[in-house]
Design a protein around this ligand. Structure first.
Ligand SMILES: Cc1cc2nc3c(=O)[nH]c(=O)nc-3n(C[C@H](O)[C@H](O)[C@H](O)COP(=O)(O)O)c2cc1C
Length: 189
């Protein structure tokens, strides 16, 4: 069921790094993005797949993780993603990319979840550094990075408390808690 898949599709930031994600698997995931909706059907998105440790390390160095977890600098060696999918906008096809990368990202991560994998959308990117690290031509705008791997953490959804705080947090057992607003709060008419 879609609801079950959406519930399981959390943002995971710690992984079994030793469990490889094959390039073919990433290709299958990008195929889900290819088949998804695209504004004016321009299909301006391009993708870079990274499944090798050296390239993964270069990408990792450009990313920001879980800004609300002030004491956590991001996944340690051994619990980092096994693969990345970098979503680019092709400026020869469109000047702006709107919600297209979000739609592509959600299709890819739902597909990853169905395969027993998990991931995280990363918008906090040192873009000039990543462009240099991957030798990305100026024709392409870096839009989003998807981290993918076999999740090694438990993520629990919570109702937003009376204080209204939406910041995610980790408990003493390293379980990651994510407050979600209620349906009644978000449907305003
Ligand atoms: C557009 C977008 C950008 C995001 N960028 C980051 C990021 O740079 N770093 C990070 O750790 N998480 C990032 N996230 C993940 C969010 O923090 C996460 O979706 C949120 O905490 C809710 O958790 P959930 O995805 O499990 O529902 C991003 C999510 C979205 C949709």
């Amino acid at each position: 069921m879609v609801r079950d898949l959406v519930l399981k599709n959390r943002s995971y930031r710690r992984f079994y790094q030793e469990v490889a994600v094959e390039r073919e698997t990433c290709r299958e995931l990008v195929d889900l993005a290819r088949l998804s909706a695209s504004g004016s059907n321009l299909q301006p998105l391009k993708f870079i797949l990274s499944c090798e440790p050296e390239q993964n390390a270069r990408i990792f160095a450009c990313l920001g993780w879980a800004a609300y977890l002030k004491d956590w600098p991001g996944p340690a060696e051994g619990e980092r993603p096994s693969a990345y999918i970098v979503i680019l906008g092709d400026k020869e096809i469109a000047q702006s990319f709107g919600v297209n990368p979000g739609i592509a990202a959600q299709s890819i991560l739902l597909g990853a979840t169905e395969k027993g994998l998990g991931g995280c959308m990363i918008g906090s990117i040192k873009k000039p550094q990543l462009a240099q690290a991957l030798d990305i031509p100026s024709q392409f705008e870096i839009l989003l990075v998807l981290a993918i791997g076999k999740p090694r953490e438990t993520v629990v959804l919570e109702p937003v408390g009376t204080d209204g705080d939406i910041k995610y947090w980790r408990d003493a057992n390293q379980v990651h808690h994510v407050p979600k607003r209620s349906l009644d709060e978000i449907i305003i008419g």
